[in-house]
Design a protein around this ligand. Structure first.
Ligand SMILES: Cc1cc2nc3c(=O)[nH]c(=O)nc-3n(C[C@H](O)[C@H](O)[C@H](O)COP(=O)(O)OP(=O)(O)OC[C@H]3O[C@@H](n4cnc5c(N)ncnc54)[C@H](O)[C@@H]3O)c2cc1C
Length: 335
């Protein structure tokens, strides 16, 4: 770890002003990712700006029915919140499928969005990595790439985004609220993270020095059918090989089997949480059954471009989608 200056932000404007005036500074919230990165020289900031005491610790139900999650709310508090468990269960389950209780107690909403890939070539500074140092190359393209991307990758980077929470947030049409000395703005969740293209060093569309202040969940009256399915090498304490967040709303009449609306997103497949919009469009108006879900899964994986060692992910993702949609159509619950 390189030496750095530590400063504790006293207000939102203090935090963003400090960040803009020293562009080699970093925010620290729960510290569960950033400290790991400092220890192995992935980041070498001149200054760490501790934002953990700022007033962004509340979950608020807004007048329009949306739920505002302050950027410093812990992952545990989000997963334990009764409104979230009832109305957005896919989010609670996604969070609880990740890390450990101790890490979730420290981890924050904002930090979870900005955790970086677990690609082993990114973490090992003995290897080149375009995400670490632009223009040095991507050894994963021809190396051991079992855990890597099958959708949306580029020749410069095949890493995947590691977050479970973000897959649910993509499906829920969340909005990220950010602040800078210029003021506040909102970014739709699906536009927050980036595909690698030729700038894999950039994970998000945040401007330098911008601070996440909250994540907003729009109301979703049928969100209680939401599910989260995570498939991984170990039953716990492991990142997703494939994950699926799904929710289905069947037409109002009882016994109806027609899909009125649907949300579908995948994790472990791309450089960002992957919203399967073409599959969603296909599903609307169709009968909720195995054949429909199988076809939707085929559509969701159209364009998949597996590497040498991760072809299994294509079939695994299709089956995970079918399973998640089936459970959601039955009303939701544990997949
Ligand atoms: C052993 C282990 C296992 C894990 N397993 C999983 C898993 O299975 N699934 C999963 O999803 N996650 C997993 N995680 C990741 C964990 O969820 C993240 O480390 C955590 O969410 C990061 O939150 P934090 O508050 O600690 O962020 P920090 O480490 O404090 O910060 C992370 C990044 O976000 C930036 N940042 C933090 N807050 C803000 C803000 N408000 N505005 C702008 N920038 C900000 C920091 O500068 C830094 O770049 C695991 C972590 C560990 C250590």
């Amino acid at each position: 770890m390189e030496n750095f200056t530590y400063s504790r932000a006293t207000s939102l404007s203090d935090a963003t002003t400090q960040a803009v005036s020293d562009q080699n500074s970093m925010f620290i919230a729960g510290g569960t990712n950033v400290v790991d990165r400092l220890k192995v020289f992935l980041d070498q900031p001149s200054q760490l700006i501790d934002i953990s005491r700022l007033q962004m610790q509340d979950i608020e139900l807004m007048a329009d029915g949306s739920l505002r999650l302050g950027a410093l709310v812990s992952n545990t508090a989000v997963a334990d919140n009764s409104h979230i468990r009832h109305n957005y269960p896919m989010l609670a389950r996604a969070i609880l499928s990740g890390a450990s209780q101790q890490i979730r107690n420290m981890a924050t909403v904002g930090g979870n969005l900005l955790q970086r890939t677990r690609c082993p070539y990114y973490y090992d500074t003995a290897f080149p990595c375009n995400k670490r140092i632009s223009g040095t190359g991507c050894p994963a393209v021809t190396g051991v790439n079992r855990n890597h991307a099958i959708l949306g990758a580029s020749e410069e980077c095949v890493a995947v985004h590691p977050s479970d929470m973000c897959v649910a947030l993509a499906a829920l049409d969340a909005v990220v609220e950010v602040a800078s000395p210029q003021g506040q703005r909102q970014i739709p969740f699906t536009e927050f993270h980036r595909l690698p293209e030729n700038t894999p060093e950039k994970d998000t569309n945040l401007a330098p020095g911008e601070l996440i202040t909250a994540v907003i969940l729009p109301p979703l009256s049928w969100g209680k059918s939401g599910v989260y399915l995570k498939l991984r090498d170990r039953a716990s304490y492991s990142f997703a090989l494939i994950s699926v967040a799904a929710a289905i709303n069947l037409l109002g009449e009882s016994q109806s089997n027609t899909i009125q609306s649907v949300r579908l997103a995948m994790g472990g497949v791309a450089h960002k949480p992957w919203r399967a919009t073409a599959a969603e469009e296909f599903l609307i108006g169709k009968s909720a059954n195995r054949e429909t879900f199988t076809e939707a899964a085929e559509i969701a994986l159209q364009g998949a471009n597996p590497l040498t060692h991760n072809g299994y992910k294509v079939e695994l993702a299709k089956r995970a989608i079918r399973r998640a949609l089936t459970v959601s159509a039955q009303g939701g619950g544990v997949v």
